[in-house]
Design a protein around this ligand. Structure first.
Ligand code: SF4
Ligand code: SF4
Length: 177
């Protein structure tokens, strides 16, 4: 069992715009660029528990406990007000997922998808999780058919790409110009 964790901004079980076919898209939190034109600007930073967003949540889905900001998923209406308020370009809704927790989510939708795409943020800033997740999927006879793609800004070093090569099926690289 692999318990390596990633900070995840969002999981979309079925996406038809994140690579070929229907795919589970996993958006990791955190990026090593700060593009003005970012498509997902709230995935760039990491929450520092400043609590600036908490009083602005119209549905009381955010609270502070022991100096940490907590997100109450049951009360959240996905209005995105907190994303607009955050000075860090982060989200209080990011969650930690272990490889096994992610595999359990993927298993539920596996019959209906052709693969998974890990995007972000910049997916490769959490490279050890990527390698562990893809290795786990490739070793599971029931999930082996899923293609594993990375959506990346291409900044990863050659050494990093060499680590991914044995376990992934390709990268979609957003060239910045
Ligand atoms: S999400 Fe942003 S505004 Fe909210 S607590 Fe975290 S850093 Fe502060
Ligand atoms: S998206 Fe953010 S502001 Fe809106 S209900 Fe959920 S936690 Fe509150």
């Amino acid at each position: 069992m692999n318990n390596r964790c990633a900070l995840v901004s969002k999981v979309i079980p079925f996406s038809c715009v994140d690579g070929p076919g229907s795919r589970l898209a996993l958006f990791l939190q955190g990026c090593n660029l700060r593009c003005k034109t970012c498509h997902n600007p709230w995935t760039i930073g990491r929450c520092n528990d400043c609590a600036a967003c908490v009083p602005h949540c119209p549905h009381e889905a955010l609270n502070v406990q022991a100096g940490r900001v907590w997100w109450d998923e049951a009360h959240c209406q996905q209005c995105d007000t907190c994303l607009q308020m955050c000075p860090q370009q982060a989200t209080p809704m990011a969650q930690r997922y272990s490889v096994e927790e992610m595999v359990a989510q993927i298993r539920k939708v596996a019959p209906f998808i052709s693969g998974i795409t890990v995007s972000g943020g910049e997916a490769t800033t959490q490279l050890p999780f990527l390698v562990a997740l893809f290795s786990r999927l490739k070793a599971d006879p029931q999930l082996l058919h899923l293609t594993c793609l990375v959506d990346s800004n291409g900044l990863l070093s050659e050494t990093g790409w060499q680590k991914l090569l044995p376990v992934f099926d390709g990268a979609m690289v957003d060239l910045k110009a």
